[in-house]
Design a protein around this ligand. Structure first.
Ligand code: GRF
Length: 188
């Protein structure tokens, strides 16, 4: 059995899509745990419903960023997953975590990188008047959305499309492709 850990800070819809897909595909991959830096994350509720163990390392309970990251590193070492999956994880991993798990950390970003790195990527692409946007699944390095690209999918932004509609379509794309790319990485 290949084991993955998901790191999420908020809603957790990608986390849920990954858990459901792995259970259905029967491809020898299981989500071992959810780790979150935010005790209010909705992802925690999803994990409970899905019976996935949750590790809460609530960021504001730590006295420094380094203490938080060392606690995270220790948890990750303890679990020693085949793959660490970032899904709406809102912090930058320090180099000592990236190096410890080199090539075993992936992220999803809601734009066609290298365009619209960082926060609010869907909205920024929309407001810029982009004709196309999409999603990128990439390896994680020490930068913000700068790691090697694994997969990209594009969609056209429709004439007169509302931002909410574009957001929905992007998330649907994420929920479809992220689990499948993870599966391919672990079964290739
Ligand atoms: C997704 O749009 C993902 O691309 C970005 O953060 C969002 C997380 O959404 N990194 P959710 O928490 O999985 O619902």
């Amino acid at each position: 059995m290949k084991r993955i850990v998901v790191l999420a800070s908020g809603n957790g819809s990608n986390f849920e899509a990954i858990v459901r897909y792995m259970r259905k595909c029967n491809c020898g991959i299981e989500v071992e745990a959810l780790i979150t830096d935010n005790k209010e994350a909705y992802a925690i509720k999803r994990a409970k419903k899905l019976h996935i163990p949750t590790i809460i390392l609530n960021y504001s309970d730590f006295t420094s960023k380094d203490k938080y990251n060392h606690a995270l590193l220790n948890k990750l070492k303890e679990i020693s997953p085949n793959l660490i999956v970032l899904a709406g994880y809102m912090r930058i991993l320090p180099s000592y975590i990236v190096n410890e798990f080199k090539g075993r950390i992936v992220n999803i970003h809601p734009s066609l990188l290298p365009s619209f790195r960082g926060l609010n990527a869907i909205e920024r692409a929309y407001k810029k008047g982009a004709k196309c946007t999409g999603i990128t699944i990439h390896y994680v390095d020490e930068g913000v959305d700068t790691g090697k690209i694994i997969e990209q999918r594009c969609i056209r932004i429709r004439e007169d499309e509302a931002l909410l509609s574009l957001e929905r379509r992007i998330h649907r794309l994420e929920h479809f492709y992220y689990p499948r790319v993870i599966k391919n990485l672990l079964t290739e």
